[in-house]
Design a protein around this ligand. Structure first.
Ligand code: ADP
Length: 454
């Protein structure tokens, strides 16, 4: 298969048409990621000052949320000791203040909306309207230049302005990310691998707060958009999801009435009740994007435990199991497009046909490889720099298996009345950055598809 040629032509086609898709509405989660690279000596001194015994308790067992300094430092040690990631909500004001004073090495745009706004608006120059729960100076400063807008109400009228033009000062929703390398040592602990502990000092994104401007003027805001991407449901819990889900349901109804296709960017959602509620809502979306862990977690709440296990049993992930799972999900919910991504390949199941589905996946894979290679991609033209990264060899047996099972040709086949599109991705051996790479993949493929339809 001449994937190189398909990659080049897909990129060119999307690049020339991407500005024609109109505005993209992005809701709901935007925050600030404050990265702090841990220093062993500093951390040890802090532990001693707060009280070794109190701290060590929490390095054995994580608290449910962070309400004190021993819990904060203990949770960091919990991650270091195991080389495992963990994320907890930070409840106490004094602990939040301590984290602020402890400081950070780097600030990054966080939240799927923030990341996609900077990619679509700042890099692709596609106009976006973003929901930003809190517009603090720190937050607005992280938006790139370009056609990125937030709605604001002036003299009773909705105006779209760049976040940097927002005159008020609101709270900062900061996710403190305490990173450590492999071998990092503190007290008697040594990290078996690199990872991070995240303390979320954020009352807004964690409960899916929706701004009044959005709630009161949603129809007017939505009317000016051609596409929408929804994300940020992952932190909700069985105690607090009902109210935001009601509003999301209303928003989806408005978008559906206006004929605006909506993509859901699924992210790992630990709470089972919330996952079930998402499953119930899925039929109102045009499209969903997810990885193997996320697809398996949905199969679990659908009662498909065996299939869920199969999805996590092989490396690379068994594409026949993925296809079976996607078919079950499409049939149960009626969703029109499912985009699955994993390390090495992507698959899309659509209830419509055409090479443009596959070509949009190719564009997304090139964008992801460019991001991994360059860190930050300054403009869409730079994405072509990823062309020299070879197509991943690990995807060959995956492609063979799809050809055998579904008679796939040039990455396209028909399965159970749906089109199945496949592409092998380009993998960057020493990536500069993989933060938000899943969001890059899903949003690029979704809007790329509509660029190719236009
Ligand atoms: P995240 O939440 O970190 O964005 P996801 O699982 O949603 O994680 O996305 C990760 C995806 O990024 C993988 O499925 C894979 O396709 C892609 N990816 C990861 N590492 C690389 C790399 N080095 N080069 C190219 N693509 C990569």
């Amino acid at each position: 298969m001449a994937w190189g040629r398909l990659y080049a032509s897909a990129f060119e086609k999307v690049r020339t048409r991407i500005r024609e898709i109109g505005r993209v509405l992005l809701a709901y989660n935007t925050n600030i990621d404050a990265i702090h690279y841990l220093d062993g000596k500093d951390l040890e001194e802090r532990v001693m000052r707060v009280g070794l015994e109190d701290v060590l308790k929490y390095s054995e067992e994580l608290p449910e949320r962070v309400e004190s300094l021993p819990q904060l430092l203990g949770s960091i040690l919990w991650s270091v000791k195991r080389g495992k990631a963990a994320e907890l909500f930070v409840e106490s004001c004094s602990t939040r203040f301590y984290m602020k004073r402890w400081g950070w090495d780097e600030l990054r745009m966080g939240g799927q909306v923030g990341i996609m706004a900077n990619l679509l608006g700042g890099v692709y120059r596609v106009p976006v309207i973003a929901h930003v729960p809190q517009l603090s100076r720190l937050q607005t400063g992280l938006f790139k230049e370009g056609p990125i807008y937030v709605p604001t109400v002036m003299d009773g009228e909705v105006k779209l302005i760049h976040p940097k033009e927002f005159a008020g000062e609101e709270e900062s929703c900061i996710h403190f990310i305490y990173e450590f390398p492999r071998g990092f040592s503190v007290l008697d602990f040594e990290a078996p691998r690199e990872n991070r502990f995240i303390g979320a000092a954020d009352d807004y994104n964690t409960t899916l707060f929706i701004r009044d401007e959005f709630r009161e003027n949603f129809e007017e805001i939505a009317e000016s958009a051609s596409l929408a991407v929804i994300s940020g449901l992952q932190a909700l819990t069985k105690e607090n999801y009902r109210e935001p889900f009601e509003i999301i349901g209303e928003h989806l109804e408005v978008l559906n009435e206006l004929g605006i296709p909506v993509h859901l960017e699924f992210a790992f959602t630990p709470d089972e009740a919330v996952r079930r509620a998402i499953l119930d809502l899925l039929g109102k979306f045009w499209s969903v994007g997810l990885n193997e862990v996320e697809l398996a977690s949905i199969m679990e709440v659908m009662g498909e435990k065996g299939l869920a296990q199969k999805l996590l049993a092989h490396d690379p992930v068994d594409p026949i199991a993925v296809t079976e799972a996607m078919l079950k999900l499409a049939e149960k919910t009626g969703i029109r497009r499912i985009h699955f991504h994993t390390y090495g390949y992507y698959l899309a199941l659509t209830d419509y046909k055409g090479e443009f589905v596959r070509d949009a996946l190719l564009f997304a894979a090139l964008a992801a490889a460019a991001k991994a290679k360059l860190g930050d991609v300054p403009s869409i033209n730079e994405i072509i720099k990823a062309m020299d990264i070879p197509v991943n060899e690990r995807a060959k047996p995956v492609e063979d298996s799809l050809m055998r099972e579904y008679k796939m040709e040039k990455g396209i086949s028909e399965v159970g009345g749906y089109q199945l599109s496949f592409i092998p991705t380009k993998i960057v051996a020493k990536p500069k950055s993989t933060v938000g790479i899943g969001d890059t993949i899903s949003s690029s493929a979704f809007i790329g598809e509509f660029a190719l339809r236009s």
